[in-house]
Design a protein around this ligand. Sequence first.
Ligand SMILES: [Zn+2]
Length: 630
Amino acid sequence: MYAEEVAEMAGRIRDEDIALVRERTSIAEVISDTVTLKSAGGGNLKGLCPFHDEKSPSFNVSPARNVWYCFGCGAGGDAIKFLMDAEHLSFVESVERLAARAGIQLRYVEDDRSAPRPRPQQGQRQRLVAAHAAAVEFYRAQLTTAGARRAREFLAQRGFDRAAAERYGCGFAPDAWDLLTKHLRQQGFTHDELVTAGLSRPSRSGSLIDRFRRRLMWPIREITGDVIGFGARKLFDDDDGPKYLNTPETPIYKKSHVLYGIDQAKREIAKQGKVVVVEGYTDVMACHLADVPTAVATCGTAFGADHISVLRRVLFDSDERAGEIIFTFDGDAAGQKAALRAFEDDQRFVGRTFIAVSPDNMDPCELRLAKGDLAVRDLVARREPLVDFALRHMINRFDLDTVDGRVEAMRRAAPLVAKIKDREKRPEYVRKLAGDLGMEIEPVQRAVLAAANGQPAGTATAPARPAPAAPTVDSPQSMVEREALKLALQEPVLAGPMFDAVEASAYRHPVHVAVRAAIATAGGVATAAGGAVWIEQVRDACDDLAGQALVGELAVEPLRIDGEPDPRYVSITMARLQWGSVTGRIKDLKSKIQRINPVSNKDEYFALFGELLSLEQHARALREQAAGGL
Ligand SMILES: [Zn+2]
């Protein structure tokens, strides 16, 4: 396919120019426009593939050999091929784009049918982008005219000076029917091109008129910096259109993908590993100017799955490295919106999602005006994990001072916790929910387990996949939990008091938690005689079906030690188990400390800091024990 197209198209741009473009192009730079790349060793780079959905990077770039290749989906090629695939450009368009970037003047093979043209016919995309670039200049020039006074006032009232307006390319669509249309027609853009670009539309009389009139204009750029559309703000009371009007869907403007500000924010998003999602153009400007350079906004649509894929590649959000996404909300509807996102969205993203709610219902733009740049940075610093936020909102609707209120709040919140697909995280939220409700952990745990079991395998929002009857050994923590339970079931005499002494909260996986609880209910390991009777006792004490199945499995699964287990092995296993739980708590504590404002919450800050130091000391001791020293 590619080779054919090259052969067919190569006649149009001279071969030596194409070769020069290849030679002068840094493939890493071109790909870095859309995909964040990290070193993969040996001079190679890797990132998350833009052509298939993946969790760990298999998309490789070799700057030395000027090629890229994805081991996940098999896509690959040179820089030209990358632009063709990633941006749906034709071969000629890709070469033209790279030539412009490298400052190369392309020469074209003359068409013998007609006189040499100054510019050959470009691809549609290139033409639509060129029309937008011309429109930006047109609107920008209009902003200084007398008719644009209201637009300049609007910007000034929101704290944006001339330099800010320039930086974002703000402009004004004049009070005229077809000024832009005529201007672009004079520049050689056709009737069809202007309609397709969404810049003009046919009037009832059939003539072509401007789509935007009497409005403040923001050019919307895609990640590479090309302008592909506009956002237009109403300025006059007698304008009966909506407050914001955006470019309609066009071949180059897809609102589900567009993130306003991404062109300016992408480097910082990649560097800081976080992105701040705000609601409007002025909020993006306010954040950037307040030194929150990672802010972007959706344009006339809710944040969705396509936006997530764009951001994940910029964030390099993979299994090895997690990016953080922070939503700002300014209204009372924040809780509802957050709850929807927390439990309906792409679950992989949920754990890294945070909510920042601005005080007094102000958006970042208003906040900056009223309280200054620092207040905007503080808003982002005081973010809260999405799930915490959503749970808090849910239970705060009930009167927690009464038993009925607490029980009802637990009943409503338990299904939400059960929906958290990252099972490792559930015990953490069970603990947190119990704390927020002021209840014991056990009833909350039971409510969550019941809700989880009541759900059909594979919920409506997720593609159906076989629900594991027993937990898979999918993390080091899960594996060590499993090993500890095996010791308790198979070697109760040996494991004895050492097993019982480790608190139940060290187990994180819900099914492991259930088996650990059953062991306690059966009287504890220290008193167990062992053998088949002991296994039966534990199985009977287990009120969780998956847990009962797991007991049978763990009773026969070989221990992960060559030869006979000894006290040293039990000690190491139990230390590793606790170490996992303690380091988990350290992580939580660190994130909590991060979210606290040390100036206004000094006491809490130092209290948590003290707790952190002692936990870290505990972790060091456990680490030594886990390494084999008793
Ligand atoms: Zn791929």
